[in-house]
Write a protein that binds this ligand. Structure first.
Ligand code: A2P
Length: 316
């Protein structure tokens, strides 16, 4: 498995298991199957509502001798209601307890958006806290404390555009080492990827397969289907691979990491096998040509009436 190498030589397996939308009741077996199949990177977050179950599966795999903690790469994320500097360490400690581990490999600020403590998911504009009240640099200080205490080996961000990255980078003692964002052939994020590359920030693609299992409220009628794209299907046929494998391999060929979600044994295995698929330069060029700039996770849930956030600022 290809790895992304961090400054201290820690290596993150480039292909990991996503757990967003993996329901409690199914994520336990998904994680166990994934580890049995050879996955060593699991991507988590408390807002997914399943970290306890992920933790049970991890702890059993370790007890059964399938894997050691050191062989695993565990990522989790700070939810938006714990952006105040003093809330960051306790939030991570809760995640560590749920995942049944002493440390994370990577801890990310989930969104550059703050909400009141306990609000979970904002229902109205009054649930938000403006970045002028809790600046990202304050939250980042809390993240640095987590790293300094050894609660996580690396710290980074998620859903950050260039401007938010620059804000943190201008006032930090530990620079962000990773940015996890939506990325797939319909939304290739070339400008952000270039920025991350030139600033030693590892790039992880979420929703790589189009996240068709997300809530209908977050979908639009004109959404193009990634797995049914003719170019992708053509390349898949050429290599006797599946469309999903072509998309995952495309990520690995761009030296990014990728975290496809699946709770299905056959697809969990199929996705990992994408790491063996070699794409040609012509394949990569053909896929480069289908970027339509279509963002699926548009972030409008952060901008209801009365919210201090705007989409323009969010993705700047
Ligand atoms: P399932 O969990 O039943 O396998 P994303 O990673 O972009 O969020 O996409 C996740 C969605 O894609 C889920 O609905 C998941 O379903 C489905 N999926 C995962 N792997 C594959 C695959 N290899 N082929 C087709 N669909 C897949």
């Amino acid at each position: 498995m290809k790895t992304l190498v961090f400054k201290n030589n820690d290596q993150m397996p480039a292909l990991g298991l996503g757990t967003w939308k993996s329901e409690p009741g199914e994520v336990y077996s998904a994680v166990k199957i994934a580890i049995q199949e050879g996955y060593r990177h699991i991507d988590c977050a408390p807002i997914y509502g399943n970290e306890k179950e992920v933790g049970q599966a991890l702890s059993e795999c370790i007890k059964e001798g399938l894997v050691t903690r050191e062989e695993l790469w565990l990522t989790s994320k700070l939810w938006n209601d714990a952006h105040a500097e003093t809330d960051v360490v306790p939030a991570l400690q809760q995640t560590l307890q749920d995942l049944q581990t002493d440390y994370l490999d990577l801890y990310l600020i989930h969104w550059p958006v703050a909400i009141h403590k306990g609000a979970q998911f904002p229902l109205s504009g009054s649930d938000f806290v403006a970045l002028t009240e809790i600046p990202l640099t304050e939250t980042w200080s809390g993240m640095e404390t987590c790293a300094n205490l050894g609660l996580t080996r690396h710290i980074g961000v998620s859903n950050f555009g260039i401007k938010a990255l620059q804000t943190v980078m201008a006032d930090c003692t530990i620079a962000p080492e990773a940015n996890q964002v939506e990325c797939h052939p319909h939304f290739q994020q070339n400008e952000l990827l270039d920025f991350c590359r030139s600033n030693n920030i590892h790039f992880t693609s979420y929703s790589p397969l189009g996240s068709m299992d997300r809530s209908e409220a977050f979908k639009s009628d004109d959404e193009p289907s990634l797995l049914e794209n003719k170019v992708i299907i053509g390349i898949a046929e050429l290599h006797q691979a599946t469309p999903a494998q072509v998309i995952l391999s495309w990520n690995l060929h761009r030296d990014t990491s990728v975290i496809p979600k699946s709770v299905n044994q056959k697809r969990i295995k199929e996705n990992l096998e994408a790491a063996q698929l070699e794409l040609s330069e012509a394949d990569m060029e053909a896929i480069a040509g289908i970027d339509s700039g279509y963002r699926m996770i548009h972030g409008a849930f952060w901008t209801p009436e009365g919210s201090p956030y705007t989409l323009e600022e969010l993705w700047a």
